[in-house]
Design a protein around this ligand. Structure first.
Ligand code: ZN
Length: 198
């Protein structure tokens, strides 16, 4: 399960990140910690019950990694290139993805609620029952993604393309959408506000 050790700094509501006693914001050796994580991710392929909340990651490549019950809430990913990832019950709420490519991933029961996605490609990816509620997306492409039963409720989608995606039971209610394309996707099987024909 998750590492739920509280940060010992008085008044801090966060939990300690994995392999350290404090939360990321209260680490004194943030650079060294990130370097440690980069080599830890490189040397291992399966990660379970870890907490990387608030950690900023940049210029990383993940190849066939498996994450189970890993907490990345408020983490930041820039220039992440990931192929064939497996994420099960991972928390990415309020995370930031900027200039990322996620290709061939399998996500089940993951939470992206409140996250921000910028200039990001999600391709050939199975994201069943994913919570994207209140996400803020700009310049994002979902291509050949199976989003069955996922929720984008109350999200902001600007310049977002769903190209050849499975949108069966996907909930777009209360979304703000500007320049959103559903080309070759079954948006007729998705859920929209009644007044809000696509
Ligand atoms: Zn703290």
């Amino acid at each position: 399960m998750f590492n739920q050790k509280p940060c010992p700094v008085s008044g801090c509501p966060n939990y300690a990140v994995s392999f350290r006693d404090e939360c990321y914001n209260h680490l004194e050796d943030k650079d060294a910690y990130r370097q440690y994580l980069y080599s830890y991710f490189e040397k291992n392929s399966m990660f379970t019950g870890l907490n990387f909340s608030y950690v900023p990651f940049a210029d990383m490549e993940f190849h066939e990694k498996v994450f189970l019950l890993v907490d990345f809430n408020h983490a930041q990913f820039s220039n992440l290139i990931a192929d064939n990832l497996t994420l099960h019950m991972c928390f990415l709420d309020y995370a930031l993805f900027d200039s990322c490519k996620l290709i061939g991933a399998k996500h089940t029961h993951c939470v992206f609620a409140g996250s921000r996605l910028r200039n990001t490609l999600i391709e050939d990816t199975n994201m069943l029952q994913t919570n994207f509620n209140n996400t803020d997306m700009k310049n994002v492409v979902f291509s050949e993604a199976d989003l069955y039963n996922s929720r984008f409720i109350a999200g902001r989608l600007e310049d977002v393309s769903f190209h050849d995606c499975n949108l069966k039971n996907v909930n777009f209610r209360r979304t703000f959408r500007q320049n959103v394309s559903f080309k070759y996707s079954n948006h007729e099987d998705a859920l929209f506000d009644e007044k809000d024909a696509v």
